[in-house]
Design a protein around this ligand. Sequence first.
Ligand code: URA
Length: 247
Amino acid sequence: MTRRAQILAELELTPLWLHRRRLDEAVATTELPCLANSHLMVPEQRTGAAVRPVEDMDWVELREAAVACAACALHEKRNQAVLGVGDEKADWLFIGEGPGAEEDKRGEPFVGQAGKLLDNMLAAIGLKRGANVYIANVVKCRPPGNRNPTSEETHACQPFLDRQVALIQPRLIVALGKVAANTLLARDGTLGSLRRTVHDYRGAPLIVTYHPAYLLRSLTDKAKAWEDLCFAVEKMSEISRAAASAD
Ligand code: URA
């Protein structure tokens, strides 16, 4: 066992995963500057390295980190973390709010009623879950009672989403609903004010549409959601054409 491993074991830090604040406290008391600025750690036994920041993780590590994450209170009541599903090199990335009861049970985003509608929305523009499409949420654990995630929870979870975006490198992100849109754009706008514009998230174009669960309750806005999907298809064609002519 390396000296670093011994110290981590003494501190009971392995094989646990630590949130940055707790880790930084441990670093401060043990004067281990090499551990500073780590966020989430991967188990030492798998990587051979004591710590690895989330922004360097591969998909396997990211999944392990999500499963073990205790960075916010949502981990206390979850059945499982729901990282995301689909093509890990997709052009399309759809981002919702957070897993519901069914997703928490099955470990996959959008598998309940809202998920059926999302699948239909995808089909309407010639897309299919898993085929050039990745689906994720801004928080990976279920907010109890279907409440919105708090800003503390979305903030704690953001490194996971950021790493997913960096790994996937989508051509277009579609934010589903106000919570996802406002979280990703770090603002507090109405959904109406955010639609029909190409925004930016970590260098990727992002557009906003209604959340499928909202559309299940508000049939009149389905027409607007259809407009948004057409807008998304138009933008994707432009982006793909620009990429092809740059090659
Ligand atoms: N609503 C979401 O925002 N995400 C899911 O995964 C399911 C329902």
